[in-house]
Design a protein around this ligand. Sequence first.
Ligand code: FE2
Length: 136
Amino acid sequence: MPSIQWDLTMSTGVDAIDNQHKQLITWLNDLLAAMSQGRGRSEIQAVLAKLGGYAVTHFGYEEDCMTKYKCPVAAQNAAAHQDFIATFNSLGEEYERNGASAHLVVRVESELMRWLVNHIKRTDTQLLPCVKSQLA
Ligand SMILES: [Fe+2]
């Protein structure tokens, strides 16, 4: 499977946020590579642990930027972050209950892919015109 590359369709206009998104893409690519080599199950605990820390630091930073730049989707963005945290908390609970099942690996991969396409590309990128208008 070809790896996912960050591109301008994901640009938010804030380098720090774009770099955090690139980090997430790196983890997703690592997971996809592990899955293609049949070792997705051995990676899943580390992925869940990384996402826990990521959610705390990245989401907070991005929400502050949306407020600062008066982005119209700031509240929608914060609500989506809460949904992401709830989803990954429940996946973490599934890990505690059933361990690193193949089903869990596929769920984590598909949730991250969905996040990239539905959230980063559609909601986070709405920061870009807000940043540009304040710099103009
Ligand atoms: Fe976001």
